[in-house]
Ligand binder design. Structure first.
Ligand code: SF4
Ligand code: MG
Length: 328
């Protein structure tokens, strides 16, 4: 497989009070063509910032301090101007969010919102655009699409709105779909339907997915590979089956424990004690040390590199201090 998106040594700083604070520290990941890749972590881990940096949508106080984001083997997205990025966003790379109400415009009917994307990225007449919109709405499982096109976002359920967002995201046949907590606001049955729909459509369209979530269940349902993020760093990276069978980083082990305890009624709900450090609280050493049950002397003074567990599995922890992954 060849790679579609390569994030290389990406770091992002927060500029506040005339100081800089690191929020993303030297992350590397590669998403192959047609691959479903997940980033999992608690809120504050930096997973959403990573996706916003790909989309050139970082808030003003944040800036990339180093690194490249190579799309399709050629374009470095970090070097594009806002204007150049308009051709890519919604066309080559699309994004869906947790709350579709924030992405849909309450003032316009659905028809207008779907056709806007086609108008911007294609050269169709009105009749063709309407036809494409109806076909896409059928593909995302919307009954009576002609009628729905005349409705406004607030008239629809959360599940329907997310289907429409998926239709808008896929209508230009993007190479990459970034989905940031796409099902978190939905109830469990609808959540499963939306994940199935995304899986099926991205297979049909040969679209890669970058799934951003706090929920390991969503990763298990949709992804082939996964990066676990903690405090702005990738702390473990592996195939999804490997991560579930053989988690190595103490943070990953903690995350999996908390999922297991959800399914086990005899147990107290397990959660990892302590909080993610804020950017202002970071010290030398492993960023997980204050919460880690295995912390050693070295952990408090020296940050661990990413070590190779095997060819396809990496862990940023001194417990595995054998072979360091260069640029991994
Ligand atoms: Fe825990 Fe040390 Fe590993 Fe950090 S490097 S996760 S503190 S054992
Ligand atoms: Mg988020």
């Amino acid at each position: 497989m060849s790679s579609l998106l390569e994030i290389k040594n990406l770091s992002i700083d927060l500029h506040a009070d005339r100081e800089k604070f690191n929020v993303i520290n030297n992350i590397n990941l590669t998403i192959d063509k047609r691959q479903k890749y997940g980033i999992v972590g608690e809120s504050g881990s930096g997973k959403s910032l990573t996706s916003l940096s790909i989309m050139n949508l970082l808030p003003d106080a944040l800036a990339i301090s180093s690194g490249d984001i190579i799309f399709n083997g050629e374009t470095d997205l970090t070097t594009l101007s806002k204007k150049e990025f308009l051709d890519i966003r919604g066309n080559e790379i699309s994004m869906i969010f947790q709350e579709p109400m924030t992405a849909l415009d309450p003032l316009y009917p659905i028809e207008h919102q779907i056709m806007e994307v086609l108008k911007f990225h294609g050269s169709y007449n009105k009749k063709q655009m309407r036809q494409l919109a109806v076909e896409m709405l059928e593909k995302v499982g919307i009954p009576r699409p002609h009628q729905l096109m005349k409705e406004y976002p607030h008239q629809l359920s959360g599940g329907m709105r997310q289907r429409i967002m998926i239709a808008i995201a896929l209508i230009c046949n993007p190479k990459l779909l970034i989905a940031d907590e796409p099902t978190t606001a939905l109830d469990v049955t609808i959540q499963a339907q939306i994940l199935d729909l995304m899986n099926e459509l991205t297979d049909n369209y040969d679209t890669s997915i970058l799934m951003i979530t706090h929920d390991l269940g969503v990763i298990a349902e949709t992804c082939e590979r996964v990066a676990v993020m903690y405090s702005g760093e990738i702390v473990e990276e592996a195939a999804v089956t490997t991560l579930f069978k053989n988690p190595t980083h103490p943070y990953t082990v903690g995350l999996l424990e908390s999922v297991k305890s959800l399914g086990d009624k005899s147990n107290e709900l397990y959660s990892i004690p302590g909080n993610v450090p804020t950017p202002k609280q970071l010290t030398a050493g492993c960023r997980f040390a204050s919460r880690c049950p295995h912390a050693m002397e070295i952990c408090r003074s020296q940050a661990p590199p990413l070590f190779s567990i095997d060819a396809d599995h990496k862990s940023k922890c001194w417990l595995y201090g054998k072979e360091e992954v260069v640029n991994g």
